[in-house]
Write a protein that binds this ligand. Structure first.
Ligand SMILES: *[C@@H]1O[C@H](CO)[C@@H](O)[C@H](O)[C@H]1NC(C)=O
Ligand SMILES: *[C@@H]1O[C@H](CO)[C@@H](O)[C@H](O)[C@H]1NC(C)=O
Ligand SMILES: *[C@@H]1O[C@H](CO)[C@@H](O)[C@H](O)[C@H]1NC(C)=O
Ligand SMILES: *[C@@H]1O[C@H](CO)[C@@H](O)[C@H](O)[C@H]1NC(C)=O
Ligand SMILES: *[C@@H]1O[C@H](CO)[C@@H](O)[C@H](O)[C@H]1NC(C)=O
Ligand SMILES: *[C@@H]1O[C@H](CO)[C@@H](O)[C@H](O)[C@H]1NC(C)=O
Length: 434
């Protein structure tokens, strides 16, 4: 669909306001501006416009769509500021606007979206400071602000009640010291990435609490001093990069094995002792260092073993709670479609649109019956390639409302694939008349 006018699409969305909850228009070539006058509030809960050619400003009126739980505008050509009106979206759980051309500050009003789980504003030209209000969001799990022009210090106000699993602040112009309170983030395990900024001072010893963290990237900053030996207790680390800083001294015992695996990760620190030969030479020069180093190693080994056993037990518990958390928020409490249903999910539950799910075939498409979550049944109508009846059918469905007619629950329009999802009605013959 080369260059479909977006206004047409949005007029349809207005007119579908009562039956539609989900709109997926990802991976098309839709272009143009989103009309400024989005005055109606269509009650949509899921809007995915990613990977298109949309341009212009993000409409302020989107801030009034307060049923939105997922808004994905990433990989388009939106420019201008992020409207602070988005802070009124009380139900927002995911906001993704990465890879656009946005400028100006990150609105601190986004701190009002207290249900936010995932915020990705990476790869824009956002400037100004990281708002304290965002760092304080208790439920936030993924905070991805990398690849912008953010300045100032990273707020030092992380607490142990926060849910962050991933913090990506690389490729910005952040300065000052690494916040000591990052050590409070007890759940963080995916990544802590502060690479390519202007951070100074030492690596905080509080990082020794981050025993679930797997990926730590502090490369290309101006960090100095010794890497605290207590960081040996970061027993889950499988990737570290501290290259191109001014770090010095010995590595934490537990990190030495990483040198062989990741030789580039320690380069560019002229005073860092990274190979055993230099270390041995230093040891034999000063006799008083031998017992100290030995004691430190033994202590950290004992500590490491204790932590490892506690960690293994904790990991078991954590995995279970993570799973139940995801499934709880994964389904819409109204009995509608699962909140985070994707195109890939549709292909999976229908085994790549296998014939065994077909309940009707018509002139312009095929209807499949399937279940998503909760055991509720849905009818998926997949339109034949090059079939223009998709938009027409959406239009008809929005004007003809009758209790004997099926209700549309959402639609998906991606990679040239068009599908409408209806609530399934047993015993209907409608499926054969499509
Ligand atoms: C929005 O503005 C466009 C023209 O800019 C107009 O065609 C359309 O009818 C307007 N929609 C509403 C809902 O006011
Ligand atoms: C928002 O969602 C609720 C629950 O699904 C629904 O009752 C309400 O009508 C929706 N709001 C709008 C403006 O459609
Ligand atoms: C961005 O969107 C374009 C289509 O507009 C697509 O070709 C490209 O692969 C997308 N990039 C990413 C990183 O998804
Ligand atoms: C965010 O909350 C503050 C304080 O409650 C309020 O003053 C501000 O107007 C809110 N902003 C938005 C965009 O809702
Ligand atoms: C850290 O972030 C930078 C900038 O976004 C990125 O280039 C780099 O690959 C990231 N490091 C890791 C280990 O993912
Ligand atoms: C660590 O970061 C540096 C600088 O960004 C990069 O050149 C190097 O390849 C990285 N090391 C690894 C193992 O990714």
């Amino acid at each position: 669909m080369g260059g479909t006018d977006l206004t047409v699409v949005f007029l349809l969305i207005y007119s579908l306001s009562h039956s539609l909850r989900r709109v997926i228009l990802a991976n098309n070539r839709f272009q143009g501006n989103i009309p400024e006058n989005l005055s109606l509030n269509p009650g949509i809960s899921y809007l995915d416009l990613s990977n298109n050619l949309f341009k212009g400003n993000i409409p302020l009126k989107l801030g009034a769509w307060n049923n939105l739980s997922m808004l994905d505008l990433s990989n388009n050509s939106f420019d201008g500021y992020i409207p602070s009106e988005l802070g009124s979206l009380d139900n927002l759980q995911k906001l993704r606007i990465s890879s656009n051309m946005l400028t100006g500050p990150i609105p601190s009003a986004l701190g009002n979206c207290t249900k936010l789980l995932s915020l990705d504003l990476s790869l824009n030209s956002l400037s100004g400071k990281i708002p304290l209000e965002i760092v304080r969001l208790e439920k936030l799990q993924n905070l991805v602000l990398s690849g912008n022009k953010l300045t100032g210090k990273i707020p030092d106000s992380f607490t142990s009640t926060q849910s962050l699993l991933e913090l990506q602040l690389g490729d910005n112009i952040l300065e000052g010291q690494i916040p000591v309170t990052l050590g409070n983030l007890q759940y963080i395990y995916l990544a802590l990435n502060l690479s390519n900024n202007k951070l100074t001072g030492e690596i905080p010893a509080t990082f020794s609490n981050l025993c679930k963290l797997q990926v730590l990237d502090l490369s290309r900053n101006s960090l100095s001093g010794q890497i605290p030996l207590a960081l040996s207790s970061m027993i889950s680390l499988s990737f570290v990069n501290v290259s191109f800083n001014q770090l010095s001294g010995n590595l934490p015992a537990n990190w030495i094995k990483l040198v062989a695996q990741l030789p580039n990760s320690f380069q560019g620190n002229p005073n860092l002792i990274i190979n055993n030969e230099i270390e041995k030479k230093h040891r034999s020069k000063s006799t008083w260092r031998i017992p100290l180093v030995t004691i430190a190693c033994i202590l950290s080994l004992i500590g490491g073993a204790l932590l490892a056993s506690r960690y293994l037990a904790a990991r078991k518990a954590h995995k279970l709670s993570a799973v139940s958390r995801i499934s709880k928020r994964g389904f819409d409490s109204t009995g509608g479609l699962p909140e985070d249903l994707t195109y890939e999910d549709i292909l999976r539950v229908t085994e790549d649109l296998s014939d065994k799910y077909v309940i009707g075939r018509g002139r312009n498409g095929t209807v499949y019956k399937t279940e998503f979550g909760k055991g509720k049944c849905w009818a998926l109508k997949k339109f034949n390639l090059y079939e223009s009846s998709f938009f027409l059918e959406m239009k008809i469905m929005s004007f003809v409302r009758h209790r004997n007619l099926v209700r549309m629950a959402g639609y998906c329009c991606r990679d040239g694939f068009r599908m409408i999802i209806y609530e399934y009605m047993a015993g209907g013959t409608w499926w054969n008349t499509v």
